[in-house]
Design a protein around this ligand. Sequence first.
Ligand code: AMP
Length: 214
Amino acid sequence: MKLIMLGAPGAGKGTQAKKIAAKYGIPHISTGDIFRENIKGNTQLGLKAKGYMDQGLLVPDELVLELIMDRFKAPDCKDGYVLDGFPRTIPQAKALDEALEKNNDRVEYAIDVDVADQVIINRMAGRRACLNCGRTYHVDTLKSKVEGICDYCNTELVLRDDDKPETVKKRLEVYHEQTQPLLDYYRKKGILHSVDGTGDIDKIYDEIIHILKA
Ligand code: AMP
């Protein structure tokens, strides 16, 4: 199964993407996580991406496409994947379609996790991330077992630079301008499904699973 998670930054698509990937035994591919891993590892790609990310801007399409096309070659992608944070622009969506069409393949579902901007701004201010394993928590709604410490790797949790309120506002602007047009793009293909992303995490997940089974 090849599935795309759409939605504004902070809509909760990453949380859902991980759960779906685990259920179907396919990889969860987050371009944001790949960039963050590269930043942590001080790679060339990380250095190039960091400047854009810290300002809330998108990393140029060429860089994103290079890394994602490379990721698709890994053996774990043979039965599909859940894409989280890619595509984020129309050129990226077209490049993905073209790459899949070469193998007579296509994206089957685009799931839009819909959340209003103001809810996102409030959410992100409370989001805490583990820069070691990439897991995210929330100070009110998804607490770690020990405050400020990652449940899985014991690393101290932080407010990511790109989750700071000024950056979040910029990221939302960028989302509306460059990523929201993808909703129409996938609607026209007949594969767009929207879910209300403001409820309980498990209920949203159940709704998505229902769509995937239908
Ligand atoms: P995320 O964790 O998905 O919100 O991504 C964090 C940041 O990584 C974004 O604000 C962008 O700067 C960059 N990024 C991630 N995925 C993409 C993409 N598909 N295209 C361009 N930039 C991206």
